[in-house]
Design a protein around this ligand. Structure first.
Ligand code: NOJ
Length: 729
């Protein structure tokens, strides 16, 4: 009997070994063929499970909680993995590959927004570097740490244009400008994905939150957004189109309701624009709980209806809604969802799994943390990028760099803080990895200056008992370095604030310290542009440090000492006061430019987009072009000579704007269309060039998404230099 059974088993094994390999398991076949083969073998239930994402591991994200799914089916499409080691992940993968009928590997995902364990500056700051190549390198290093941990897919970059700093998620994007978003989106996608997703140092990107989330009313999270089709196309969709062109593997739909239609149920955006018009071949994942939230948003009566609306709108994967797993199969059986639509969604998910090489290499090699995290090369890039993101907002009387100081008073709640330098969405960042500003100053100044320290006050509250000590320390110093700012969780998701000013206690500390009469250098750490109208007059110099990540202390100190010449320029306008918000450079012209001012405050921002000082001076020549007439299909090379006329080397970013004074659709007064950052040694001149391609650089888009180019006059502008160009038919 036993012998008979053994023979039967042996025969089965032999049969499996000699049976032809199914086409989908054959790596030599084209991906599309493998996808079709696998799809043809799947049951309805197996297909539906591929369209669901659950979680694995301990979730510390307070804004996105749900009961963990106790019994994760081996056929699940994707898991958000909260762990930091490959082991747990591999054990789940083992179940999927070995125990499910078809052995389809799971796709593991996580929010890697500005680094995994090595945390880089927040994206809003990254854009202030105007150095897309360096941003790409940071993304590349983040991808490596992520993939080596067993995660193949990140929910990043966030490319939501944001013009209201009250919205906490402004920290996650690249500022107020659509073009800047498009450029940094493309470099981040390139850094994550490279040109081969099966490379074990690469991960798939996800453009989010499609679309218009940054327009959240009054800076509140999750709320209504009122976006005309015109501004949808000319402002909010621009970065997404660039991201799709850059090959981003996936897209996440937004939470917000756009002029009556929530983004997660928006057929126009998800299907007509993204998939049909732009040809996106990847899939769309919902945001966390966004499908079931269609009920709260007033467009679905229950989860079944929510699933139907979202799925038929083009939303392919359900992130922790428990709507698709509960209802999609029934909706297909009832004929409310077509088999074609179902297959299309599954195809998109499978395609990515094949591209990532998961069928061939489902398991992540187990490695020690030291092999993966905080590698010297990652830390070097983190430090270099942090140095390039910091913006010198003010430097009265050339107080900086600090050359002859002997005694430096370091004051404020941010001076010794480590954790808060990480910012929001710091993934697996750890405060203990961070170099504080105080540590950076110690490293920088060493024996050259004596540092004294007083915290002065906490980040908020009304305890002024530390003021006296702060004043004493300030009085005994040559200069005060005052370190104020925001806690890490004051920005990010669900972190709206009614004002852009720092809490009153911090402003009061600045007043007390300034009264000592010592020069005050203000270092600001924040995840948003701040209201500085009261702090600015109290400070001789202001350095915007942002939330620089693990290696911000030393570069900040290097800027103070002059070892680093600051080169950051603002990617977002700093208003004079919160009441000006939304305020941004690319406004459409007013009917009465000299009127319509505020009665009680200035109408101009305190620091405009692109602002940032250097320790050297740059002189700009005039704009030069071989002709001022252009034709469609012909390019025109416009040049400007920039000279470093100061005593030290420095990097300058040249911003090229265009404007179209008369158009059938009123356009922004000026639009950024090109920028270039370059190092110029003291005394050196460089020629900066913008090769204008009229179709690309002078055209505009209408509310239907049609790009058009009108003959007539245009201006190209660099600083205060303008050149009139005429486009003839
Ligand atoms: C909600 C956030 O809006 C989104 O950006 C994030 O990727 C998901 N939660 C997953 O954590």
């Amino acid at each position: 009997m036993a012998c008979g059974l053994a023979l039967t088993l042996l025969a089965a094994v032999q049969a499996r070994e000699t049976a032809p390999k199914p086409a989908y398991k054959d790596a030599s076949r084209p991906i599309e063929e493998r996808v079709e083969d696998l799809l043809a073998r799947m049951t309805l239930e197996e297909k539906v499970l591929q369209l669901n994402q659950y979680t694995l591991g301990r979730n510390d994200n307070v804004n996105n909680m749900a009961d963990p799914v106790g019994d994760i089916p081996s056929e699940i499409g994707s898991l958000i993995y909260f762990g930091t080691s490959p082991e747990l992940r591999n054990s789940l993968q083992h179940r999927a590959v070995e125990e499910s009928r078809l052995g389809i590997p799971i796709l593991f995902a996580f929010d890697v927004i500005h680094g995994f364990r090595t945390v880089y500056p927040i994206p809003l700051a990254q854009a202030c570097s105007w150095n897309p190549a360096l941003v790409e390198q940071a993304a590349r290093m983040a991808a490596r740490e992520t993939r080596m941990t067993g995660i193949e897919w990140t929910f990043s970059p966030m490319i939501d244009v944001a013009r209201d700093g009250r919205w906490g998620r402004i920290s996650e994007g690249y500022g107020e400008d659509p073009y800047a978003h498009a450029v940094f989106c493309a470099s981040t996608v390139a850094g994550y994905q490279g040109d081969d997703l099966s490379d074990t140092g690469r991960i798939a990107a996800c453009l989010k939150h499609f679309a218009g989330y940054g327009a959240s009313e009054a800076g509140r999270d999750y709320v209504y957004t009122e976006i005309s089709r015109q501004s949808l196309w000319d402002t909010y969709l621009t970065p997404y189109e660039a991201g799709i062109r850059a090959g981003a593997a996936t897209v996440m739909s937004c939470f917000n309701n756009i002029s009556g239609t929530p983004g997660s149920a928006d057929h126009y955006l998800l299907t007509e624009v993204l998939k049909e018009r732009w040809g996106h071949q990847g899939f769309v994942v919902s945001d966390w709980g966004a499908i079931q939230q269609l009920r709260a948003q007033g467009v679905a009566a229950d989860c079944e209806q929510a699933a139907l609306k979202a799925f038929n709108a083009g939303l392919d994967m359900d992130m922790m809604n428990r709507c698709y797993d509960a209802h999609l199969a029934d909706l297909v059986r009832a004929g409310k969802v077509s088999g074609e639509r179902l297959d299309d969604a599954v195809r998109r998910v499978l395609r990515l799994k094949f591209r990532l090489g998961l069928f061939e290499n489902p398991y992540t090699p187990e490695s020690r943390e030291e092999e993966r995290f905080l590698r010297p090369e990652s830390l070097r890039i983190a430090e270099e990028l942090a140095g390039e993101t910091m913006v010198l907002l003010k430097n009265d009387g050339g107080i900086l760099p600090l050359r002859e100081v002997r005694k430096i008073a370091v004051i404020g709640p941010m001076a010794k803080s480590r954790f808060h330098l990480l910012g929001a969405w710091a993934a697996h960042g750890n405060g203990e990895d961070v170099e504080s500003i105080f540590m950076g100053l110690e490293r920088e100044f060493g024996e050259r200056a004596q540092l004294s320290y007083a915290v002065g006050c906490e980040f908020d509250g009304d305890d002024a008992s530390g003021f006296a000590e702060a004043v004493r320390v300030a009085s005994e110093s040559d200069v005060v370095v005052l370190c104020l700012g925001e806690k890490a969780n004051w920005s990010g998701e669900n972190a709206s604030r009614s004002t852009l000013s720092l809490p009153a206690i911090q402003e009061r500390l600045a007043c007390e310290v300034a009264r000592c009469g010592k020069p005050v250098v203000l270092l600001l750490t924040s995840g948003r542009p701040l209201e500085l109208c009261r702090l600015e007059p109290l400070s001789d110099a202001i350095l915007q440090v942002w939330q620089p990540g693990v290696r911000g202390g030393y570069p900040a100190a290097g800027i103070l000492s002059g070892r680093i010449n600051p080169s950051g320029r603002l990617s977002v306008t700093f208003p004079y006061a919160t009441g000006q918000v939304p305020i941004y450079y690319g406004r459409r012209p007013s009917a009465r430019p000299h009127q319509g001012k505020y009665q009680d405050i200035p109408s101009e921002p305190l620091y405009e987009f692109g602002h940032g000082l250097s320790y050297t001076t740059f002189e700009y020549g005039d704009l030069q072009a071989p002709s001022t007439t252009l034709r469609r299909g012909e390019k025109l090379r416009v040049e400007i000579q920039v000279s470093n006329t100061g005593a030290c080397d420095g990097a300058e970013t040249v911003f090229w704007f265009v404007s179209d004074p008369v158009c059938r659709i009123a356009r922004p007064a000026k639009e950024l269309r090109h920028f270039e950052k370059r190092m110029l040694r003291s005394g050196q001149s460089g020629l900066f060039v913008f090769e204008i391609d009229p179709e690309r650089d002078l055209s505009f888009v209408d509310g239907e998404g049609n790009r058009f180019l009108e003959p007539g006059d245009y201006y190209v502008q660099v600083k205060d230099k303008r050149l009139k160009l005429t486009l003839v038919e």
